[in-house]
Design a protein around this ligand. Structure first.
Ligand code: ARG
Length: 475
């Protein structure tokens, strides 16, 4: 940072030496600020394992195709193995002057094995190299996240089994609507997460093509075997078009879109936890392990983990927006803009990993307060629909008429300050003389949930069966 930015009219001070990797036509080195904006090693070092795997596959292919001698191939493979050890042991000398992970590894390889290192880059460019590395990295991240989402589903299903019959209010407009069970509510998230997993699986299937061998953009004059490197790296096939192979970042965008949706699901759940733990609700309790206190109000127990999960989903949304904006104006093929693809993807993967772990922790930790939830479930005339259904079923009224009559009964109960279940039969009969005492059978919350036996409904027996089915489908 010692070199000043060069202003208009100032002559270039003699700078550092030209870059070893591409400095043939350069007389001098980059300005300090050029280097600073160009360098990516601080973040793309996370691609080291994928970069080495890609280089090993490329090297083996070059030897098999007799583009590289066996002796050079062996030296390169040995050197790369040593570099991997150095990186994993924290002994690798990462250097900003080598710009990125690719050039850092190549420079170290040259130190370790000499000029043969320079042959590894035959029939390859950093453009197909980084596209390959990044796909492999996203693929690994998808596999890790998939397992984590499954773990969260397992935690939700276990709680759903425990609470298949625990009654809570179901809401629309956050107004008490109809009684449901807590298990049913939790299984709704299991479904969302199931779709999240399939979105990631779709993304994985589409990204699994190998860019390696596309070289800079046009392909290569060497007799490479792209199918061989693709297979060695677990890709389904080589990417069909060399220009597309080096400039496509759809896979990263799809990953970020899937991540943003997962974040949105976690955020909705987190919001519910915030509501449910609040004093006016008291539907659930989180232990000391997942709450924090207040430095001034000794009585407080705050759901910070839930709030942070809710907030972190905003970062996931931001990551998607960032990369969409980076990519939208780029002509084919590679542009350096694309180096900015990594930071949002790494951040999204890290953020999601943390949010999933915290959510799974809260799900396992939470204990519902069945009495509090039942009390609210029974409030707000939540069994009015059951009453209307009874009028349809037993008296044969058209539903619209039954709805109207039930509205009048609710108004009467409200005027008398009682629940529907406590509205005297005589009061009901004033509005509809055919109403019989049997109507009270449907007016409790227990009867209400037990009657919701339609497929996908909230009857406790349904929920228990749905939880078992979810185990079979997802775990
Ligand atoms: N660090 C670069 C990136 O992440 C590698 C590719 C560089 N290619 C180039 N033509 N300069 O995009």
């Amino acid at each position: 940072m010692s070199r000043k930015l060069r202003g208009a009219g100032e002559t270039a001070a003699p700078g550092p030496a030209a870059n070893a990797a591409w400095g043939g036509r350069f007389a001098g080195g980059p300005a300090e600020i050029m280097q600073r904006i160009n360098v990516s090693i601080d973040f793309d070092k996370r691609l080291y394992a994928q970069d080495i795997a890609g280089s090993l596959a490329h090297c083996a292919m070059l030897v098999r195709q007799q583009i590289l001698s066996t002796a050079d191939g062996e030296a390169i493979a040995r050197g790369l193995a040593q570099i991997r050890e150095e990186i994993e042991a924290g002994r690798f000398p990462f250097r900003a002057e080598h710009e990125d992970i690719h050039l850092n590894i190549e420079a170290r390889l040259a130190e370790l094995i000499g000029p043969a290192a320079g042959r590894l880059h035959t029939a390859r460019s950093r453009n197909d190299q980084v596209a390959t590395d990044f796909r492999l990295w996203v693929r690994d991240a998808i596999d890790r996240l998939e397992r984590q989402i499954q773990g969260l589903q397992a935690a939700l299903i276990a709680q759903a089994e425990r609470h298949a019959g625990t009654i809570m209010p179901g809401f629309t407009h956050l107004q008490v609507a109809q009684p449901v069970t807590f298990g049913h509510h939790l299984l709704a998230y299991v479904e969302m997460l199931g779709r999240d997993r399939s979105r990631l699986a779709d993304c994985r299937a589409r990204l699994n093509e190998s860019p390696l061998g596309a070289a800079a953009l046009a392909g290569t004059s060497f007799p490479v075997d792209r199918a061989m490197t693709a297979a060695a790296l677990g890709f389904d096939r080589p990417a069909a078009n060399s220009l597309d192979a080096v400039s496509d970042r759809d896979f990263a965008l799809e990953f970020l879109a899937a991540a943003a949706i997962i974040g949105l699901h976690l955020s909705r759940f987190a919001e519910e936890v915030v509501i449910w733990t609040s004093e006016p609700f008291r539907f659930i309790r989180l232990s000391d392990a997942f709450t924090t206190g207040s430095s001034i109000m000794p009585q407080k127990r705050n759901p910070d983990a839930a709030e942070l999960v809710r907030a972190k989903s905003g970062r996931l949304l931001g990551a998607l927006t960032t990369l969409l904006a980076v990519m939208k104006g780029l002509p084919l093929a590679y542009s350096k803009d694309m180096q900015e693809d990594k930071a949002p993807v790494f951040d999204a993967a890290d953020t999601l990993e943390l949010a999933l772990a915290a959510t799974a922790g809260m799900v396992g930790d939470l204990v519902p307060d069945a009495a509090a939830m039942r009390r609210v479930a029974a409030s707000g005339f939540s069994t009015a629909t059951d009453l209307a259904d009874w009028l349809v079923r037993v008296l044969g009224l058209p539903f619209r008429e039954a709805h109207h009559l039930t509205g009048a009964l609710v108004a009467r109960a409200e005027a008398l300050g009682v629940d529907l279940a406590a509205l005297p039969l005589g009061e009901m009969q004033k509005l509809e003389p055919r109403i019989a005492a049997a109507i009270f059978d449907v007016l409790t919350v227990e009867k209400s949930v037990a009657s919701r036996v339609s497929f996908g409904g909230t009857a406790p027996a349904n929920v228990a069966a749905a939880a078992a089915e979810a185990r079979r489908r997802f775990l």
